[in-house]
Design a protein around this ligand. Structure first.
Ligand code: HAM
Length: 418
C-alpha cells in the first residue's frame, strides 16, 4: 500500500496503549479527587478563537495552525491547544454560574511545526483549567496536583521553572522598556524579531536565534515591572510551594509562546528529552475570559505533553505497567462445537475471566501451540465426543495436567485455579 500516515502524526500501537491508558487513568483519578471534572471540546473551532485567544503575533497563530476553509466558506482551525476552546465553552455554556469551575481534558492537539524529537504535528495533552479565581492558592494547588501525578508515575528528575509576567499593565511597561532597549539594535535582530519588534515585542524574548538571545540576555526583565499586587501574588505562590515541599527554580527569562498569560507562568523540563525538553507548561490567564466578552474571571491552567511525558518516563525507566494477560484459550476440534465454545467464552468473560478463542479451521496441535505462545493459564478443548456428554477438557498449562469437566462447572474450576 502506498498510503502512509501524515508526516508528524503517528499511530499509537497496541504495545503502547497500555501505558497511555495507565497515565490517563492516573490523571483522571487524581484530578477528580481534587474536584476537577472532565470537559471535552470539539477538535475544530472557528479560527478567530485562536487568533484572539493565543494572539496574532505568536508562532502558533502565525505559522503553526492547521486552518482551512470549509464547504460553508468558514475559516476553521484544528485546535492547537485546549485553553482557548475551554474559555469559549465556559462562556457559551454559562459555566460561570457554578462560581469556581475546575476542568480537565485530554486529547489530541495539532500544530504544523517541523517534526523533531519531542515535537510532532499531532500530539496529545492532558490539561486542567481552573476558572473563576485569582487566588494564589489555585496556582499552588494546581502545581501540587501536577507534581502528585508525576509522583504517581514514578517520575523524579523533572524541574519546575517559575516566573511571573505581571498583569496587563506590567506587561505593557515591560513592552515599552523592551522597545527602548531593542529599537537601536534593530539591524542586529533576526527577520522574525524585526517584525515582532513592531507587532508583538514580548515575543522577541521567545526567540531561539543565538544572536537575538545574546542581545536579550541583558534586556529588561518582567520581574522589574511587577506592581505591588502581582509581586505579592508571586511571592505568596513561591512561599506556599516552598512550604509544601515542591522544589522550583526561578527563570527570569521565561516567556510562554501564548499571549494570554499574566502573573504566574511555569514550565516543567526533563533532562531525558533533548532540545524540546518541556513536558508540561502553564500559568495564569486572568484577562482571557474578559477579553472574550465575559465577566472578568481569574484563571489558571496547565497542559502536560503526553508524548514528552512518556519519553521522560522511559528515560527514567521506573514505571512498569503490566499488560492485560489472557487467562484462558479455547480450542475447538470441529465446526460442530464452535457455537457452544463461543457461548462458553462469552460466559467466562462475563465471569471476569480474560478469554480468547480460535475461530478458524485449524488442527488441535496448532491451536495448542497458539495457546502456548499466549502464555495462558488454561486451555479449554471443545471436542465433539466430550460435548455430547456436556463436558470439555480443561488443561492446566502450568502443570500439563488435564481433566474432563462438566461445562457448567467450567467457570468455577478456572476461577479456583487462577
Ligand atoms: P504549551 O506550552 O504550548 O501550552 O504546550 C504544553 C505542552 O504541550 C508542552 O510543554 C509540551 O509538553 C506539549 N507540546 C506542545 N507542542 C508540542 C508538539 N508540537 N509536540 C509534542 N508536544 C508538544 C499550552 O498548550 C497551554 N494551553 C497550556 C495551558 C493550559 N496554559 C494554561 N492552561
Amino acid at each position: 500500500m502506498n498510503i502512509h500516515s501524515i508526516k508528524g502524526m503517528r499511530d499509537i500501537l497496541p504495545a503502547e496503549t497500555r501505558l497511555w491508558q495507565f497515565i490517563e487513568s492516573a490523571a483522571r483519578d487524581i484530578f477528580e479527587k481534587f474536584g476537577y471534572r472532565e470537559i471535552r471540546t470539539p477538535i475544530l473551532e472557528e479560527t478567530s478563537l485562536f487568533q484572539k485567544g493565543i494572539g496574532e503575533g505568536t508562532d502558533i497563530v502565525n505559522k503553526e495552525m492547521y486552518t482551512f476553509v470549509d464547504r460553508g466558506k468558514r475559516s476553521l482551525t484544528m485546535r492547537p491547544e485546549g485553553t482557548a476552546p475551554i474559555a469559549r465553552s465556559y462562556l457559551e455554556n454559562n459555566l460561570a454560574q457554578d462560581g469556581f469551575v475546575s476542568l480537565y481534558y485530554m486529547g489530541p492537539m495539532f500544530r504544523s511545526e517541523r517534526p523533531q524529537k519531542g515535537r510532532s504535528r499531532q500530539f496529545h495533552q492532558i490539561g486542567i483549567e481552573a476558572i473563576g479565581s485569582s487566588s494564589p492558592y489555585v496556582d499552588t494547588s494546581a502545581i501540587q496536583m501536577m507534581v502528585y501525578l508525576f509522583r504517581r508515575l514514578n517520575l523524579k528528575d523533572f524541574k519546575i521553572k517559575l516566573c511571573s509576567l505581571g498583569c496587563a499593565d506590567d506587561k505593557q511597561k515591560l513592552a515599552a522598556e523592551l522597545r527602548k532597549y531593542l529599537s537601536p539594535e534593530k539591524n542586529r535582530l533576526c527577520d522574525d524579531c524585526k517584525v515582532r519588534l513592531e507587532k508583538n515585542i514580548l515575543r522577541t524574548l521567545d526567540c531561539k536565534v543565538d544572536s537575538c538571545r545574546a542581545l536579550l540576555r541583558n534586556s529588561p526583565k518582567a520581574r522589574d515591572f511587577l506592581c505591588n499586587s502581582c509581586r505579592s501574588h508571586y511571592s505568596t505562590v513561591k512561599k506556599m510551594l516552598g512550604e509544601m515541599g515542591t522544589g522550583y527554580v526561578e527563570d527570569v527569562n521565561m516567556v510562554r509562546g501564548l499571549d494570554y498569560y499574566t502573573n504566574t507562568v511555569f514550565e516543567v523540563t526533563h533532562p531525558g528529552l533533548g532540545a524540546q525538553d518541556a513536558i508540561a507548561a502553564g500559568g495564569r490567564y486572568d484577562d482571557l475570559i474578559k477579553d472574550f466578552g465575559g465577566k472578568a474571571a481569574g484563571a489558571f491552567g496547565f497542559a502536560i505533553g503526553v508524548e514528552r511525558l512518556l519519553m521522560a518516563i522511559s528515560a527514567e525507566g521506573n514505571l512498569v505497567v503490566p499488560d492485560n494477560k489472557t487467562d484462558v484459550y479455547i480450542a475447538t476440534t470441529s465446526e460442530n462445537v464452535r457455537l457452544e465454545a463461543l457461548k462458553a467464552s462469552t460466559m467466562l468473560i462475563e465471569e471476569g475471566i480474560c478469554c480468547e478463542m480460535n475461530f478458524e479451521e485449524r488442527s488441535l496441535k496448532s491451536q495448542m501451540r497458539q495457546a502456548g505462545k499466549k502464555n495462558v493459564l488454561f486451555t479449554v478443548i471443545f471436542g465433539d465426543e466430550e460435548l455430547k456428554r456436556n463436558e470439555v477438557v480443561l488443561r492446566d498449562m502450568r502443570t500439563g495436567e488435564q481433566a474432563n469437566i462438566k461445562l457448567d462447572e467450567l467457570a468455577q474450576k478456572i476461577k479456583g485455579g487462577i
